[in-house]
Design a binder for this molecule. Structure first.
Ligand SMILES: NC(=O)c1ccc[n+]([C@@H]2O[C@H](COP(=O)([O-])OP(=O)(O)OC[C@H]3O[C@@H](n4cnc5c(N)ncnc54)[C@H](O)[C@@H]3O)[C@@H](O)[C@H]2O)c1
Length: 281
């Protein structure tokens, strides 16, 4: 449900050490919201916290792996004891994975689903109940992706994880329709963040040249994570259910509603042009 005034509200952001999470935490801080931020990279997380405190808000930090159920339960218990239920929950932490399906090890799939799906499930589960019980306008924001709508070759695990987040958002939004808690699915297009640098997120079928090309593509075509952060703040203030932000997100969403076939053939032709199908050989 719309949370129009963010000053003094309690906003929790996972994966806040880098990229979209860091930008989002700081965007909420600029609105005067107090923060609880978490990440698996505590050193970088402290840098986000320092920047937030410099904006004059309170900021608690937690080094937590979103995939770890027990750690997430303890995290929620600690936050509830210190600040009570959060007003805005941003389940942002996530990883990419690049590789053709037949050459992506099953354990890479598991890692992607553990972080990108179960991380969001843990956030909604351990923080959501207290948000509903507390009453008053609150919002759950889950960061999915354009890959949750119109995926491309070499991203089967990532696309599956983001489709799962989209499905969760749809169902949760209906189940919470008669409460004061709204649900937003965020679908960013190409955003220039360090997501393509993460170790363990690339199949051995992908060559260093292809990775370099992908990074160069993100740098050249991606927009700043600040653009997504601004859209997340706006979605929170207006209680928007779906946010399409960044290059290709909006046109691909609408095109897919008109013709799935057209979107598939355009994406396939693009993948062929960029040599992405060569990895299957
Ligand atoms: N960059 C893009 O083009 C893009 C597009 C669509 C969606 N997204 C999504 O946006 C979200 C943020 O990605 P980003 O681009 O800012 O990447 P990023 O790598 O810059 O930031 C991700 C953050 O999540 C943290 N993280 C990773 N695994 C974690 C775990 N198990 N527990 C806790 N924290 C963990 C990382 O340490 C990092 O700080 C992800 O869910 C991603 O899938 C990104």
């Amino acid at each position: 449900m719309a949370v129009p005034h963010l000053k003094g509200k309690q906003v929790l952001v996972t994966g806040a050490a880098s990229g979209i999470g860091r930008a989002t935490a700081l965007a909420f801080a600029r609105q005067g919201a107090n923060l609880v931020i978490s990440d698996i990279n505590p050193a970088l997380l402290e840098s986000t916290a320092d920047a937030a405190r410099a904006l004059g808000v309170q900021c608690l930090t937690y080094a937590v792996d979103v995939a770890d159920e027990a750690a997430m339960r303890d995290f929620a218990a600690s936050v509830h004891a210190k600040t009570g239920p959060v007003d805005v929950l941003v389940n942002n932490a996530g990883i990419g994975y690049i590789g053709p399906f037949l050459r992506s090890p099953v354990n890479s799939w598991r890692r992607v689903l553990d972080i990108n799906v179960m991380g969001v499930v843990h956030g909604c589960h351990f923080f959501g109940e207290r948000m509903v019980e507390a009453g008053g306008a609150r919002q759950i924001i889950n960061v999915a992706s354009l890959a949750g709508i119109a995926p491309a070759p070499n991203m089967s695990a990532y696309a599956a994880s983001k489709h799962a987040v989209m499905g969760l958002c749809d169902v949760l939004a209906m189940e919470l329709a008669d409460t004061d808690v709204g649900v937003t699915a965020i679908c960013p297009g190409i955003i220039n963040t360090p997501i393509t640098n993460a170790r363990g997120s690339v199949s051995e079928a992908i060559t260093p040249t292809q990775i370099e090309r992908l990074r160069a593509y993100y740098e050249a075509n991606g927009v700043s994570p600040d653009v997504v952060a601004a859209a997340i703040v706006d979605a929170t203030r207006h209680g928007r259910p779906l946010v399409l932000v960044g290059p290709y997100a909006r046109p691909m969403y609408h095109l897919k509603r008109i013709s799935r076939k057209l979107v598939k053939s355009m994406t396939l032709s693009d993948a062929r042009k960029n040599g992405y199908l060569e990895t299957m050989k």
